[in-house]
Design a binder for this molecule. Structure first.
Ligand SMILES: *Cc1c(COP(=O)(O)O)cnc(C)c1O
Ligand code: SF4
Length: 336
């Protein structure tokens, strides 16, 4: 007799990474069991979401590790101080997931889904992990917007996390933008290569190869905050990405208790650079409600950045930026 699994073939659209996503830990009690904790975790009013292969890395690293602090809920999240929209995005929202703050580039959020729930995230009040299939903002509206705003040269896909979209949807988006002559650059900001490295599938790489010929430049900005995120699987996905024409950059958030020393940042940026990724942004933490325990003062941040600057070459040094609550955009460290 055949095993049940053989009788029920896996649908072709459900790749291993999508299964890992679907089987993620989604509740505090589930996480407690997985981590085999003796003392219960804080019951926080924000979602919990971690794919199991990554949760295993956290378990191995230990509950006090920089890895755990970024993803395991903490009682500090019950602190009611902070803002719900700490960067004032709503001021520039154009509908359909578009935020147009700068002349020549727009942010586009094709999904509100992320591969993980980061405890420090400034979107932690908006994200939903329940549905992989929320390609909801009508793409045609976005392309109409781009067609009537030819000053926009670059579309920056953020989220949520654009790499959580299926290959088909990803391809549909690139196809749509490549039909607009004024859009010559496309950029993705993503944490997925770190959290679900097996998302970098042969088909995904093929799509990247195809579309890197249709745009002047395609860029992937990888979000990573600590060297302990460099698992063998993440490094393997970087190696695959490097074989395409993608420009690889990084963005990190300065987080108290996680990476708040120039030494931690130096090894992170060296690790990235050695693996073909140029450090692009270091964000000062946002004063987000439920994430205030990651906050540093501007003076502390500036001191860490100054020390970093005198200990690494300019090639390794990202821009240190801070977002303003009023929606006026990022400011460079030297301005504050
Ligand atoms: C950060 C950001 C961008 C991208 O800015 P770059 O300087 O090009 O990296 C675009 N739009 C908004 C609203 C942003 O916050
Ligand atoms: S992946 Fe990015 S958007 Fe998603 S929860 Fe983490 S920081 Fe927030």
């Amino acid at each position: 007799m055949k095993a049940l699994n053989e009788l029920r073939p896996t649908p072709s659209y459900s790749a291993r990474w999508q299964q890992d996503f679907q089987e993620s830990i989604r509740a505090t009690d589930q996480l407690e069991m997985f981590l085999e904790l003796e003392t219960p975790l804080a019951k926080v009013p924000y979602p919990v979401f971690i794919p199991k292969p990554f949760a295993l890395k956290i378990k191995e690293a230990g509950l006090e590790s920089p890895l755990a602090l970024q993803f395991i809920p903490s009682f500090h999240e019950l602190d009611p101080s902070g803002f719900s929209d700490p960067i004032g995005d709503q001021v520039h929202a154009k509908g359909n997931g578009v935020i147009h703050r700068y002349q020549n580039r727009i942010l586009y959020t094709p999904t509100e889904v992320c591969p993980v729930q980061c405890r420090y995230c400034f979107r932690k009040n908006e994200l939903q992990q329940s549905d992989l299939d929320i390609f909801k903002s009508q793409l045609s509206r976005v392309t109409e917007y781009l067609a009537s705003n030819p000053q926009v040269e670059e579309v920056i896909l953020t989220g949520g996390d654009p790499l959580i979209l299926s290959d088909d949807k990803f391809e549909t988006i690139l196809e749509a933008f490549s039909g607009i002559p004024s859009v010559t650059m496309v950029r993705f900001h993503s944490r997925t290569p770190v959290i679900l490295p097996n998302r970098i599938t042969p088909r995904f790489l093929e799509i990247i190869r195809t579309f890197s010929k249709r745009f002047q430049i395609l860029t992937l900005v990888i979000h990573t905050n600590h060297l302990s995120e460099f698992t063998p699987e993440f490094l393997a996905s970087l190696e695959l990405l490097r074989k395409t024409n993608l420009q690889l950059l990084s963005q990190s958030v300065l987080l108290k208790g996680v990476n708040d020393s120039w030494e931690d940042l130096k090894v992170l940026f060296m690790g990235l650079y050695r693996n073909g990724v140029k450090p692009y942004y270091l964000h000062h933490p946002d004063p987000v409600k439920g994430g205030m325990h990651f906050m540093l003062s501007r003076e502390e941040g500036a001191r860490i950045y100054r020390d970093l600057k005198s200990n690494v070459s300019g090639v390794l040094l990202p821009h240190y930026v801070i977002d303003s609550v009023d929606g006026s955009g990022k400011k460079f460290a030297l301005e504050f």
